[in-house]
Design a binder for this molecule. Structure first.
Ligand code: NDP
Length: 312
């Protein structure tokens, strides 16, 4: 089995930037990018805060450009998932979904984070039948329909605002009476006449029939009042969970599963030769630009680690 100098697991802005830097350093990285290359930004519309794009750029376009840029310098890509790693010794072993195994002198983990669900009965079964965690992917199907969005952060405001392009009405259900979202995003949502807020409201049950979602049973957590609301769509926007399950206790993570950087500001983990970048180790900034920056740091760190190994 060939041993790669660098394997990068994950393919959002962090993974692609790490690949760009590693390939320009002649480390011939292999990126195992999952089955949906590009990560969360491929489910976003306009990205207005990535420097260098005064008019904004579409998330998928930004990701495909980052990928192509790293490819130009020799990065190889594999469209499969990693479902197991052995970090107990170097070279590290990476086992993919298709059973193929790869060895790596250094490993960069940039698997990002995935949308959270509420854990309601039938929630997962109804994905694609009225339940969604991606307005960009599914909004189109809700022309002139009624949608309920749950959440009070930036994602909820962004998704609700985006959904008004299609829906006749968008209700935002939030479990408190103040939003977590940034002031700018709040203002945009408050000004939108198609959006209405339902405060102190929690979803108890998703109502459905053979055609899919028909409504929600909700509870006001202040008054205790329970009511049923008709809806065509139910969008989750309640945050994300880091994709670290495949590491299965082999690396230090915090209570929420985020990888703990052990030598800040460097993107080191508790395993020498394993580096982490992007949302998988960052629950605070979670921006494309900060993910890209940490990807650059991880690649430089991997390069220096390999140099030190060769010197010793
Ligand atoms: P957040 O963690 O910021 O917000 C999650 C929201 O969902 C909160 O309002 C929370 O309620 C609510 N929530 C969480 N769990 C539950 C639950 N079980 N039941 C009901 N409600 C729940 O996540 P976001 O995805 O909104 O944002 C993540 C990060 O990404 C933030 O830093 C944000 O700024 C950034 N972001 C930036 C964007 C941009 O700049 N264009 C767009 C989208 C995100 P409560 O407030 O009560 O905790």
């Amino acid at each position: 089995m060939e041993t790669k100098k660098v394997i990068i697991v994950g393919s959002g802005p962090a993974g692609y930037t790490a690949a760009l830097y590693a390939s320009r350093a002649s480390l011939e990285p292999l990126v195992i990018e999952g089955m949906e290359p590009g990560g969360q930004l491929t489910t976003t519309t306009d990205v207005e805060n990535f420097p260098g794009f005064p008019e904004g750029v579409m998330g998928p376009e930004l990701m495909s450009k980052m990928k192509a840029q790293a490819e130009r310098f020799g990065t190889q890509y594999l469209s499969t998932y990693v479902n197991d790693v052995d970090l107990s010794k170097r070279p590290f072993k990476v086992t993919c979904d298709n059973g193929n195994e790869y060895l790596a002198e250094t490993l960069i983990i940039s698997t990002g984070a995935s949308a959270k669900y509420l854990g309601l009965p039938n929630e997962m079964e109804l994905i694609g039948k009225g339940v969604s965690a991606c307005a960009t992917c599914d909004g189109f199907f809700y022309r002139d329909k009624v949608i309920h969005v749950v959440g009070g952060g930036d994602t909820a405001m962004e998704e609700a605002t985006f959904l008004t392009k299609f829906a006749s009405k968008v209700y935002v259900l939030h479990r408190r009476d103040t939003l977590r979202a940034s002031k700018a995003m709040q203002e945009r949502a408050f000004k939108n006449e198609k959006i209405e807020f339902l405060w102190n409201t929690e979803v108890e049950e998703i109502l459905f029939d053979d055609t899919g979602v028909t409504g929600l049973r909700v509870k006001n957590n202040q008054t205790g009042e329970v009511s049923e609301r008709a809806t065509d769509g139910f969008f989750l926007a309640i945050g994300h969970k880091p994709n670290t399950d495949f590491l299965k206790g082999q690396i230090k993570v915090d209570d929420s599963g985020y990888i703990i950087p052990t030598n800040p500001p460097h993107p080191d983990t508790n395993i020498p030769g394993v580096f982490a970048c992007g949302d998988v180790q960052d629950h605070y900034y979670r921006q494309a630009i900060s993910a890209a920056g940490s990807g650059c740091m991880a690649a430089i760190r991997a390069e220096r680690f390999l140099e030190d190994m060769n010197d010793s």
